[in-house]
Ligand binder design. Structure first.
Ligand SMILES: Nc1ncnc2c1ncn2[C@@H]1O[C@H](COP(=O)(O)OP(=O)(O)O)[C@@H](O)[C@H]1O
Ligand SMILES: [Mg+2]
Length: 605
C-alpha cells in the first residue's frame, strides 16, 4: 500500500539511490552516438579555450619585452607579429564560440530528448497506476513530479553535466600546463587550491541539504494550491478565504524561509573562494620574485604573466563544478521521485498469463470477498452474492458502510484481499483489465466532463463510434433536445459552455457516454444523487433506458429507483446485512424497513 502523504507533510527524501541513477541512465542509451560526439567537441573546446592565454605569453615575451622580432627562427617586423598573434587569439576565441554553439545545441537535444522520454514514461505510468496511488497523495505532488522535477532534470542534462565535464578537462589542461612552466610555482597554486576545495565542498553540502528542504516545502505549497483550485467552490461557499490564506501564507512562508536559508550559506562561496585564491597568487608572486632574483629559473616575464593568468582561470571552473554538482545532486533527488513514479508497479495489473475477457453475458458473483484499502483495515468482510445476468441490484445502507467499495471491486479498481469476484463464473483477476473494463459501464456521482466538444465527451470511451452513433445514444437518454439547443449543438466546447451545463445535463451526457459502450454490466454509484427535481423525471427515464438488458448495480437514495430493483442489498457491518425485494424486506421489518419508515429527510422519498 502506498504511503499516505498530505499537503503539509514533507515527502521523504532518502539518501541518493544509485539504483535510481542507473535506471535513469537507461533513458540516455538511445542518444549514445550524440553523446560521444559531444564528448569529442568538449575535449577540443576545453583545449582551445586555453590557447589565448598561451598566445598572450608569446605576445608578452616577443612584442612587449621586445627581445627580438623573431618567431620560430624567422625575423619579422613587430606589426606583422602583432597581427599574427592577435589573429591567432581571435581564431582561438572564435573557435571556442563555434564549438560552444554546436555543443550546446547537441546537448540540448540530448537533454530534452531524454527528459521527453522520461515524461512520456511518467505519464504512461500515471495512466496505469491504480486508485490506491492517487488515494495516498495529493494531486499537486504528483503534478510537481510530472512537470517541475522533470524540467529541472532537463536543464541538468542539457547544461549541468556537460559543463562539469568541460571544466574538468579545463582544470586538467591548466594544471598540466602550469607544471610544465614551473613545477615549484605550480605546487604553490595547487596547495593553495586544496583548502579552497575543502571549504567549497563543505559549503555546497550545507547548501544541498537546504535545497532538499526547500524542495519539500515547495512541493507542499504546490499541492495546497492544486487542492485549493479543486475546492474553489466549497471555499467560496464556506467563506474559507481567510483561513485558506492563512494556511497558504504559512506554507509559502516556510518555502520562502527555506529559500532564504539556501542563500545565507550560498553567498559565502564567492568571498571565501576569491579570498583564498588571492592569497595563493600573492604567494606565487613572492616565490617567483625569489626564483627570478636568485637566477635559478628559466621563468621569463611572459611565462610569469601567462602563469598568473592561467592560474586565475582555475577558480572559475572549480566554482562551476561545485555549483553544477549541486544542481546535479538536486536533480538526482528529483530523479528519485520521478523514477519512483515510473518504477511503482500498479497494484492492480494484468497477470502474466492474463487472458482476454470474452464477451460478457452478465452474471456477477462475490465469493467470500474480504477487502480493505489499507493493511489491517476491514471494509468488507465475507461478502457473498450471485446475481444472474440482466438483473438490477440496488445497494443501500449508511454512508461509509461499503457500497462504493463493493461496486469498485466489480471492475477491479482495487484487488480483493481474499475471495474472488466472478463474472460469468470467471475470476476477473485472471483476465486483462482492458478487456474487463471496456465491457463495464461506470457512472459516479461526479459526472466528469472533459475539455473538448460535447460529442468528444460522449465518444470518450469508444473512439471507433461515429457521430451518428453518439447522437443516437444522446437521443436514447433524452439529452438530444438540450444539446441541439446549444449554440454549436454537439460541437459546443465544454470549457466555454461547461459552466453553463447544469448538473442534470452533465449527468445526461455521462449517461450517453456509458450507453455508447453498450456495457453488459452497469455500475451507477449515486449517479442520480445530485439531480434537481426538474431533471429527475428525465434522468429516471434515462436510467431505465440505460439499465435495460444489463446487469446493473445502482447505489441510490431515491425510493423510486430502489423499489424497481430486482433485489436490494442493505449493506451494514462490512457485509450484506439484508437482501431481498422491496416487499420482502418491508415484511421483514428489519434494517431496511427502519430506513424507509424513519427517513424523515428527503434522502429516501
Ligand atoms: N480510498 C480509501 N482509503 C481508505 N479508506 C477508504 C477509502 N475509501 C473509502 N474508505 C473507507 O471504507 C469504508 C467504506 O467506504 P465506502 O465504500 O465509500 O462507503 P459508502 O459508499 O457506503 O458510503 C469507509 O469506512 C471509508 O472510510
Ligand atoms: Mg459511496
Amino acid at each position: 500500500m502506498a504511503k499516505r502523504n498530505r499537503y503539509y507533510e514533507d515527502e521523504k527524501t532518502r539518501k541518493i539511490d544509485k539504483k535510481a541513477i542507473k535506471k535513469a541512465l537507461r533513458f540516455a542509451v538511445p542518444y549514445k552516438a550524440l553523446i560521444i560526439k559531444i564528448f569529442i567537441a568538449m575535449f577540443i573546446m576545453s583545449f582551445i579555450a586555453l590557447l589565448p592565454t598561451r598566445i598572450l605569453a608569446i605576445i608578452v615575451d616577443n612584442v612587449i619585452t621586445a627581445k627580438g622580432m623573431e618567431i620560430f627562427g624567422l625575423k619579422i617586423d613587430w606589426v606583422a607579429l602583432a597581427i599574427m598573434l592577435v589573429g591567432a587569439y581571435a581564431l582561438a576565441e572564435g573557435g571556442n564560440a563555434v564549438f560552444s554553439y554546436f555543443r550546446t545545441k547537441m546537448m540540448a537535444k540530448v537533454g530534452h530528448g531524454v527528459v521527453h522520454d522520461m515524461r512520456h514514461a511518467v505519464y504512461e505510468r500515471l495512466q496505469q497506476l491504480a486508485f490506491d496511488y492517487y488515494d495516498s497523495r495529493p494531486n499537486g505532488k504528483i503534478l510537481v513530479r510530472a512537470t517541475t522535477y522533470l524540467d529541472e532534470l532537463a536543464t541538468v542534462y542539457s547544461s549541468g553535466v556537460v559543463s562539469i565535464i568541460v571544466d574538468v578537462f579545463k582544470i586538467i589542461f591548466i594544471v598540466v600546463w602550469l607544471m610544465l612552466v614551473d613545477i615549484v610555482l605550480a605546487l604553490v597554486i595547487i596547495v593553495s587550491v586544496v583548502p579552497m576545495v575543502i571549504l567549497l565542498t563543505a559549503i555546497r553540502t550545507a547548501v544541498a541539504r537546504r535545497r532538499r528542504k526547500y524542495r519539500e516545502k515547495n512541493s507542499n505549497r504546490t499541492a495546497y494550491i492544486a487542492e485549493s483550485i479543486q475546492g474553489q467552490m466549497v471555499t467560496n461557499a464556506f467563506n474559507r478565504k481567510d483561513k485558506n490564506m492563512e494556511i497558504f501564507n504559512g506554507l509559502e512562508n516556510e518555502r520562502r524561509k527555506a529559500w532564504a536559508n539556501i542563500f545565507k550559506v550560498n553567498e559565502l562561496t564567492m568571498p571565501v573562494m576569491t579570498g583564498m585564491f588571492r592569497l595563493g597568487i600573492t604567494v606565487v608572486y613572492w616565490v617567483a620574485f625569489l626564483l627570478i632574483s636568485s637566477g635559478t629559473t628559466t621563468l621569463t616575464p611572459g611565462l610569469l604573466v601567462s602563469f598568473i593568468s592561467y592560474s586565475s582561470m582555475l577558480p572559475m571552473p572549480l566554482n562551476n563544478i561545485s555549483g553544477q554538482l549541486q544542481e546535479v545532486m538536486n536533480a538526482v533527488a528529483n530523479l528519485e521521485s520521478v523514477m519512483e513514479v515510473i518504477e511503482t508497479e500498479p497494484s492492480v495489473k494484468d497477470k502474466d498469463n492474463a487472458e482476454e475477457m470474452p464477451e460478457i453475458v452478465g452474471s456477477v458473483k462475490f465469493d467470500h470477498v474480504h477487502f480493505g484499502y489499507e493493511k489491517g483495515q476491514v471494509v468488507l468482510s465475507d461478502v457473498n452474492f450471485d446475481i444472474p445476468a440482466g438483473k438490477t441490484i440496488a445497494l443501500v445502507g449508511p454512508t461509509g458502510s461499503g457500497k462504493t467499495s463493493i461496486v469498485n471491486l466489480i471492475n477491479r479498481f482495487y484487488n480483493v484481499n481474499e475471495g474472488a469476484v466472478l463474472i460469468d463464473g470467471k475470476n476477473i483477476a485472471d483476465y486483462t483489465l482492458y478487456s474487463l473494463r471496456r465491457q463495464i459501464g461506470v457512472m459516479m456521482q461526479d459526472s466528469f466532463i472533459f475539455s473538448g466538444t460535447i460529442i468528444e465527451n460522449i465518444r470518450y470511451g469508444r473512439q471507433d463510434k461515429t457521430d451518428e452513433e453518439c447522437i443516437e445514444a444522446a437521443k436514447l437518454v433524452g439529452a438530444h433536445d438540450f444539446i441541439s439547443a446549444l449554440p454549436n449543438g454537439y460541437y459546443t466546447e465544454t470549457i466555454e459552455q461547461g459552466g453553463r451545463l447544469s448538473t442534470g445535463q452533465r449527468q445526461l451526457i455521462c449517461f450517453a457516454r456509458v450507453l455508447l459502450i453498450n456495457p453488459k454490466i452497469l455500475i451507477l454509484d449515486e449517479a442520480t444523487a445530485s439531480i434537481d427535481s426538474e431533471s429527475e423525471e428525465l434522468i429516471q427515464k434515462a436510467l431505465e433506458v440505460v439499465c435495460k438488458g444489463r446487469t446493473s448495480f445502482v447505489v441510490a437514495h431515491r425510493l423510486s429507483t430502489i423499489k424497481n430493483a430486482d433485489c436490494i442489498f442493505y449493506i451494514a457491518n462490512h457485509t450484506i446485512a439484508e437482501a431481498g425485494t422491496h416487499e420482502s424486506l418491508m415484511d421483514e421489518k428489519g434494517l431496511y424497513y427502519d430506513l424507509v419508515t424513519t427517513s424523515k429527510t428527503n434522502v429516501l422519498k
